[in-house]
Design a protein around this ligand. Structure first.
Ligand code: FES
Length: 165
């Protein structure tokens, strides 16, 4: 049994009737669950399948098809660095390397302090202010290595003490 928040459950209940066939709601449901949990677990796949009266394998296929759906947990903060042309030319790779160095983490993993996951993404549609970084839902422009260090510091400062979550 998934313990989703009442807000997420409400969104799920609201979106299902918008589709003529229940099973078509599978993508929005996956997004809602990922929004809350950060990733799609086996349990989530089973739960969504039961909810929409389809086979878990049908849900699983979608999860593996769409790169934005993730199967593994991520850090509390999600740092996404654009690596498309403008950003790459303006130093996006150095920016990404700096974030990884700051948090002592590789790409896609969770930093040892549990604080962040650093990843590359494709164009974030702000090419004129490259290199561009999304931290959770917030866009940061012209993030060179120095700015990445400053942002890393802000993230650490905002980190809640262990146990306070
Ligand atoms: S290339 Fe990075 S935002 Fe477009």
């Amino acid at each position: 049994m998934m313990n989703l928040s009442p807000e997420t459950l409400q969104k799920i209940e609201q979106v299902i009737p918008h589709y003529p066939v229940k099973r078509s709601a599978v993508l929005p449901l996956l997004h809602f669950v990922q929004e809350e949990r950060g990733f799609i677990s086996d349990e989530a796949i089973e739960w969504i399948a039961a909810k929409l009266e389809i086979q878990p394998v049908n849900v699983y296929e979608l999860v593996t098809f769409y790169p934005m759906l993730r199967r593994k947990p991520i850090g509390r903060r999600h740092i996404r660095v654009c690596r498309t042309l403008s950003c790459a030319l303006m130093g996006g790779y150095r920016t990404c390397a700096e974030f990884q160095r700051q948090f002592n983490t590789g790409l896609g993993g969770i930093s040892p302090d549990g604080e962040v996951t650093v990843e590359f993404v494709e164009c974030l549609a702000s090419c004129g202010t490259a290199p561009v970084v999304m931290i959770d839902d917030e866009l940061h422009e012209k993030v060179d290595a120095a700015r990445a260090r400053a942002l890393a510091q802000e993230i650490r400062a905002a980190a809640r003490p262990e146990g306070a979550r």
